[in-house]
Design a protein around this ligand. Structure first.
Ligand SMILES: [Zn+2]
Length: 285
């Protein structure tokens, strides 16, 4: 469950020549990166990084801000979509549903982090799934936003983690969102958050470090459920969102270590209109 103390830390830049390095600084300064630059992990095996060439120029406070993502090629749904995420979650407005609770089957994974210029993505080892409504979804990666993207009853949290699950075709299909508040240190993230990859295009894989994503779930698994989208370009719709009602805790220094990363604070998309969608809830189990 818990991290093993690292014997070393591997940071790797994929920009080696002087000319490319100059290009890198220009790109990083505007939070523009080609996805191919970090399509491999440290062991040389392909890492599933959900990026396309179209996402090279979008950002948050720099470059093309969220209000204009829809103007970028291939991203029209960001502006025109009616089922966009994130949304404001309001307990009193949510319908009590009789949903089947997701069955979490998370195994321990190596800690493999990539700073993709938009977040730090933890690529998860294969073999961890969620089962719900007769379907199985595979945990592919989790990543963080600061401040939180969803709000709960009007409250914005300092961090939110998204656990991204894919369907049998490898397409993102179900996301579990967990709000994070300031509190006790999160032991399972201790080593990872001391070794976050600082700059876009960097990887970090603390030797021996492992994590079980179950540690990112609150003990009480009451949730909000709604139909939404990716919160980043291309803002694809048709995703099932399960946002946990109860936050987990991280220490102020852990939260600060993410918020200090260049260009990633903020990295939250503004709230999107509900457009008549129904948000339902299920009590804890
Ligand atoms: Zn996200």
């Amino acid at each position: 469950m818990f991290d093993v103390a690292p014997k070393g830390i591997n940071h790797m830049s994929f920009f080696r020549t002087a000319s490319v390095r100059a290009l890198q600084s220009a790109l990083v300064s505007s939070v523009c990166l080609a996805s191919s630059a970090f399509a491999q992990d440290l062991r040389g095996t392909p890492a599933p990084v959900f990026l396309t060439s179209e996402d090279a120029h979008w950002g948050y406070s720099q470059t093309v801000s969220p209000e204009r993502w829809g103007e970028l090629p291939g991203n029209a749904i960001c502006a025109a979509g009616l089922d966009q995420s994130p949304i404001a979650l309001v307990t009193s407005m949510a319908e009590r549903g009789h949903h089947e609770a997701p069955n979490f089957n998370y195994r321990t994974s190596r800690v493999r982090m990539t700073n993709n210029g938009h977040t730090v993505q933890f690529t998860y080892d294969a073999g961890s799934t969620i089962q719900v409504d007769g379907n199985t979804y595979h945990l592919a990666q989790f990543h963080f936003h600061t401040p939180s993207e969803h709000t709960k009853d009007g409250v914005e949290y300092p961090l939110e983690v998204h656990l991204v699950h894919t369907d049998a075709n490898g397409t993102p299909a179900l996301v579990v969102g967990v709000l994070i508040k300031e509190g006790f240190v999160h032991p399972a993230l201790f080593t990872a958050f001391r070794n976050l990859p600082k700059h876009a295009g960097e990887h970090s894989q603390p030797i021996g470090a492992v994590i079980n994503a179950s540690s990112l779930l609150p003990l009480n698994r009451a949730f909000f459920k709604y139909a939404g989208s990716l919160t980043t370009p291309p803002c694809t719709e048709g995703l099932q969102w399960y946002v946990m009602k109860n936050p987990i805790e991280m220490s102020d220094s852990q939260i600060a270590s993410f918020q200090r990363l260049p260009y990633l604070n903020p990295n939250n998309r503004p709230l999107q209109p509900l457009n008549g969608r129904v948000v339902s809830t299920k009590h804890g189990f």
